[in-house]
Design a binder for this molecule. Structure first.
Ligand SMILES: Cc1cc2nc3c(=O)[nH]c(=O)nc-3n(C[C@H](O)[C@H](O)[C@H](O)COP(=O)(O)OP(=O)(O)OC[C@H]3O[C@@H](n4cnc5c(N)ncnc54)[C@H](O)[C@@H]3O)c2cc1C
Length: 380
């Protein structure tokens, strides 16, 4: 894109060669075994990617949504699972701590999260509260010089690997009485539940955070009690833009694989790329990938320039994962029986991408946000 800085272009090259070496060769194996490519994850720390948006004084790279989306695209093209775990760490744990935590908390947690010594996660969703995030019921109560937390967080990316969890709780009876705590592995009464087995993103661990009269020091509270609704909504914007970057990477991978195959596979004595119905699929796929790229990077760049907003983040999140699902289905169709087999990565791309229509807010929730905001805007 014409507006990428030299630094962003360089970052893409670094991510591309890292993906080719550390992610792509192992993606199928981790999908098959439901295992986590932890060695690649740790190496991302050496490249300065684990704290991509964090302040350089804690070891971060001080970059923004555009740079983060570049990482998601390049990594997502090779292994969406490891990229989802990267997103949970860098965008949900590290970025939240960078933006909302105190100086003392940043000094305590960020350097190890950024170097890769520690892995982070973020706990918002619960067994009974997903889309209705403000309804969460995990409760934190101040008792003497501690908080006592009870409840369960569900679907948490990186859960069982996490050393640090950024966790939303309820501290009052009002809908918006939400407060955040930084929880450390090993705090009394806090443990991980069982791993969740999934259709896609199988190389990204997903699990529960269980709080059974967990006792955490007052110093774990982020900001003031009741501060967290705004924090939660703000971080969802960058989360929704960057997770859509994974869909762009998947769509690009589908396109490249399909073009290659159309030039190789012969039927009726010709390569299938000669058939106009196949050409139509390729032409539409290429056009859709281009639309996705222009949309997401223009929104990410605007975000970095300070032109933020929940509507456009929701629009990216609604459009890109849906388009990538269509592109993955078209790519499977173009490959015929081979597309449906595990010999090619296309069925994995489809399974992995489906998550992006659910996580960070479902398609239906994105529609609700967009519609509510445009109707409100029009009635002003
Ligand atoms: C692999 C994976 C990783 C995840 N990682 C994390 C993580 O790291 N941290 C975290 O906190 N969460 C995480 N999540 C949770 C994710 O954000 C939720 O699954 C998502 O927000 C949807 O919530 P839910 O699953 O409870 O579905 P529900 O909210 O129960 O939705 C069920 C259906 O009802 C629809 N629906 C709900 N409300 C409405 C409405 N008002 N109007 C119309 N339709 C509606 C939904 O769109 C959906 O189709 C993860 C989920 C998965 C699957």
């Amino acid at each position: 894109m014409w507006f990428f800085s030299d630094e962003e272009r360089e970052l893409r090259e670094v991510c591309k060669s890292f993906s080719e070496k550390e992610l792509a060769p192992y993606a199928a194996k981790h999908d098959q075994n439901e295992s986590f490519n932890i060695s690649a994850f740790k190496k991302m720390g050496e490249l300065g990617l684990l704290g991509i948006t964090a302040d350089p004084k804690y070891g971060g790279s001080g970059l923004g949504a555009t740079a983060s989306t570049i990482v998601m695209e390049e990594f997502g093209k090779a292994c969406a699972s490891t990229t989802l775990s990267y997103l949970a760490h860098a965008m949900l744990a590290v970025n939240n701590i960078q933006v909302n935590a105190s100086e003392q908390q940043k000094e305590k947690y960020l350097p190890k999260l950024i170097s890769g010594e520690h892995i982070g996660c973020m706990g918002m969703s619960e067994p009974e509260f997903g889309s209705d995030a403000l309804g969460i019921q995990t409760r934190a109560k101040k008792v003497g010089n501690e908080y006592v937390i009870n409840g369960t967080k569900m679907w948490i990316t990186n859960a069982e690997y996490a050393d640090v969890a950024y966790v939303y709780t309820r501290t009052g009876e009002g809908k918006r009485d939400l407060s955040t705590f930084i929880i450390e592995k090993g705090m009394p009464g806090f443990h991980f539940g069982t791993a969740i087995h999934k259709m896609g993103m199988r190389g990204s661990p997903t699990g529960e955070l269980i709080f059974d009269n967990a006792r955490v020091p007052i110093s774990s509270l982020v900001g003031k009690e009741g501060d967290s609704t705004y924090h939660m909504m703000k971080n969802l914007e960058i989360e929704r833009i960057t997770i859509s970057g994974i869909s762009l990477g998947i769509a690009q991978a589908c396109l490249e694989q399909s073009v290659r195959y159309a030039n190789e596979r012969k039927q009726f004595g010709k390569t299938i790329g000669n058939f106009q119905l196949i050409q139509k699929m390729l032409a539409e796929m290429a056009t859709e990938v281009e639309m996705m790229r222009h949309f997401i990077y223009s929104v990410a760049k605007n975000y970095d320039l300070g032109n933020k907003g929940p509507t456009v983040a929701a629009q990216v999140k609604l459009a890109l994962p849906k388009m990538a699902t269509k592109i993955a289905l078209d790519a499977i169709q173009l490959h015929g029986g081979y597309g449906y087999s595990r010999e090619f990565p296309l069925e994995r791309y489809l399974r992995d991408n489906k998550l992006n229509e659910i996580g960070a807010g479902t398609n239906e929730v994105m529609i609700m946000i967009i519609a509510k905001n445009i109707l409100k805007e029009a009635s002003r």
